[in-house]
Design a protein around this ligand. Structure first.
Ligand code: ADP
Ligand code: MG
Length: 288
């Protein structure tokens, strides 16, 4: 049977919005010495906004096409692009057969694609040749839109850290967590800007990652002790599953994330995570 101390810790955590799938997840969290975090939608709000737009032709037509492709994506970036199109009174273009390429972007019928520089390079497209050189000099996330080897335009989006992220990370550090890591598929300049705002050290920031790269980095961390991965689930199911404890952003995160995780954070207050970790450690000391 489950010890009373664990039952009481599980219900105390639940009142703070931290739901454990069972006593085992609580006991594993007590042993965790390294925390890895997804960036978009986890350390940041995931409520990105479009900042700048550039197009080789008509800007409205470009954005309507991009919004049509992004209509098929659950990524926070997609929501930002759709909202901008709607705010401008544009009607998203109907696009067929959209395929998601995790941590890169989307492709669709007609040779259409939307995503990062890695996806663009694979399509043989080059923004410098289209007069869009320099669009990604700012530390904002950039989504390029193209058709075959032609670049049609780009939008930049930016997202803010959650108000509680810096305090949550600091609290984990204070309670003796040895390793903190931000793991993101986003560009390094963006990762470094957000990381600096959160008080992370340069060596704690990992950018330009594919989902499998996150899994590999978690495996490296696991060589030093138990690891928790905290993610919102978009592209993060494998990382959540590889970690000793997967922690999903429950309210904003996806269904897939909740399934892959042992813990759900129903509150977006990151300091609750540090509190749950402390409570788990106290409880483990009592029952041993
Ligand atoms: P994070 O690890 O920060 O949550 P992701 O791994 O989900 O980021 O995505 C990494 C990058 O892949 C994004 O910054 C973006 O450039 C590109 N990307 C992912 N999904 C999309 C999408 N739906 N549309 C355009 N670009 C995308
Ligand atoms: Mg994410």
């Amino acid at each position: 049977s489950v010890p009373a101390a664990i039952l009481s810790a599980l219900s105390a955590s639940a009142r703070g919005g931290v739901l454990f799938k069972g006593g085992a997840a609580l006991e594993t969290l007590a042993a965790v010495r390294g925390f890895a975090f997804d960036k978009t939608g986890t350390l940041t709000t995931g409520q990105a906004q479009v900042r700048r737009i550039a197009a080789t032709g008509d800007e409205g037509a470009m954005l309507a096409l991009l919004a049509g492709i992004e209509a098929q994506s659950e990524h926070p970036i997609a929501a930002a692009i759709r909202a901008e199109a709607i705010a401008r009174g544009l009607v998203p273009v109907a696009v067929e057969n959209v395929t998601a390429h995790p941590s890169e972007g989307l492709t669709a019928d007609g040779g259409l694609w939307a995503g990062n520089r890695r996806l663009m390079a694979r399509m043989g497209a080059n923004p410098e040749a289209e007069g869009l050189a320099g669009f990604d000099e700012a530390s904002e996330t950039v989504v390029w839109l193209g058709q075959g080897a032609r670049v049609l335009g780009a939008v930049s989006v930016a997202d803010r850290p959650r108000a509680s992220s810096a305090a949550g990370l600091a609290a984990l550090r204070q309670s003796g967590v040895r390793t903190l890591a931000m793991m993101t598929g986003d560009r390094r300049p963006v990762a470094e800007r957000i990381g600096a705002e959160l008080g992370l050290r340069p060596e704690e920031i990992h950018a330009d990652l594919l989902p499998d790269d996150k899994v590999a980095l978690i495996a490296v961390m696991a060589g030093q002790g138990k690891v928790a991965f905290v993610g919102d689930g978009v592209n993060d199911a494998a990382a959540l599953a590889r970690a000793d404890v997967g922690i999903a952003m429950g309210a904003a995160g996806s269904e897939v994330a909740l399934q892959a995780a042992g813990v759900a954070l129903m509150s977006d207050d990151m300091t609750r995570l540090a509190e749950a970790h402390r409570l788990a450690r106290r409880t483990a000391r009592i029952i041993r």
